[in-house]
Unconditional design. Structure first.
Length: 154
């Protein structure tokens, strides 16, 4: 996964999770978001992107009057670890799961999670069986197949 793809995931997932944030305003409870990233945690660009994601999600939580817990799961480019972490996330039953790439999406969706799944950089989510169509995804998965995002000066 490239840096741009990951930054796109974090930005787009924040927008896609906004309905969850809005509904939390009424419940005043802790909201949990599970994030599955199929790369290594020690890459500096990914660390800064996740820090920005956490900051934005915390700001939304404060504005909505609730608390949020974000559970990051790094798979270190290991397909076996991706499957294990996907199983772990589904078992934890967070309020939503954020995920990137085919290598993580396919194992997660085979588990048939019953919570919202926000994805990014999935090659063809329709033919992969993850969504019914791009315009009307149906089910509990939604996301972006390709989206360019460039940081100033990069």
């Amino acid at each position: 996964m490239r840096r741009r793809e990951f930054i796109t995931l974090l930005g787009s997932s924040t927008a896609a999770l906004w309905p969850l944030v809005a509904s939390a305003q009424q419940s005043q409870k802790m909201r949990r978001v599970g994030v599955l990233i199929p790369v290594r945690e020690d890459e500096p660009e990914f660390r800064s992107a996740t820090a920005a994601f956490v900051q934005v999600m915390n700001e939304l939580a404060v504005a909505g009057g609730y608390e949020i817990k974000i559970d990051f799961n790094w798979a270190n480019n290991d397909p076996i670890e991706v499957r294990r972490l996907a199983e772990r996330l589904v078992a934890l039953a967070p309020d939503a799961i954020v995920i990137s790439g085919d290598s993580a999406m396919a194992p997660l969706m085979r588990l048939k999670p019953n919570m919202p799944v926000v994805f990014n950089n999935v090659t063809d989510p329709v033919s992969g069986g993850f969504v019914e169509s791009l315009a009307q995804p149906g089910g509990n998965a939604t996301g972006f197949t390709r989206f360019e995002y460039t940081l100033a000066g990069k």
